[in-house]
Design a protein around this ligand. Structure first.
Ligand code: MG
Length: 204
């Protein structure tokens, strides 16, 4: 199982990160299967970072084998979505960026890819018009709407499949809107798509 993630896919987040460059293609990175955190299990703050941040994202699950998928057929390659957290060691990421080094230690460490309960996209209506949000300790800390994506889901699937064979169960994190921030011990994270709470776990 592979986990893909798209960086810089919301203009609002790019602004808060002070990223002014415009990519002509999706910015892709990957996380290994050991990054997966699911079933409401707690996230243990790692000891190598002083600034682990949440990034709330829509996540799609691939449901068939595919390579060189045309964008117009990409809808056939996923039928479940959820909300997830792309945990990021922001201090390490900043350092790696400054040094021009890869991001994996900041983005792809163990349990850095939290996912909620997957639901059928038939239940949600258009995947490109979904409100999603994160609450920490009962307060909304980040919210967005998937229509704000620079590269929509089907464009991302098509792009990923030019380079990587997609397999059943592969996941794609589709990027985060503005409002990222730190987590701390004892935080209670709850993620929603519209009014459905799909993600619910604690930081320890
Ligand atoms: Mg992200």
């Amino acid at each position: 199982m592979k986990i893909f993630a798209v960086g810089l896919n919301y203009a609002s987040h790019n602004k808060e990160m002070k990223r002014t460059f415009e990519s002509k293609e999706p910015v892709l990175f990957m996380k290994p299967d050991t990054a997966l955190l699911k079933d409401g299990k707690p996230f243990f703050l790692p000891d190598f970072s002083e600034d682990v941040q949440y990034e709330t994202e829509l996540v799609v699950k691939i449901n068939r084998l595919g390579k060189h998928i045309a964008e117009r057929f990409a809808y056939r390659y996923y039928d479940e979505i959820t909300v997830g957290i792309d945990f990021t060691a922001r201090d390490l990421q900043k350092r790696q960026k400054e040094l021009g080094l890869p991001w994996e230690i900041a983005k792809s460490f163990d349990y850095s890819a939290a996912v909620g309960t997957f639901i059928s996209k038939e239940e949600t209506g258009s995947v490109q018009e979904l409100n999603f949000r994160l609450e920490i300790n009962g307060e909304t800390v980040q919210s967005g709407n998937s229509r704000e994506m620079i590269y929509p889901v089907e464009r991302i699937i098509s792009y990923v499949s030019r380079f990587f064979t997609l397999k059943i169960g592969d996941l794609i994190f589709t990027g985060t809107p503005a409002g990222v921030g730190p987590v701390k011990i004892n935080d209670h994270l709850q993620g929603y798509i519209e009014e459905r709470r799909l993600l619910d776990f604690r930081v320890k």
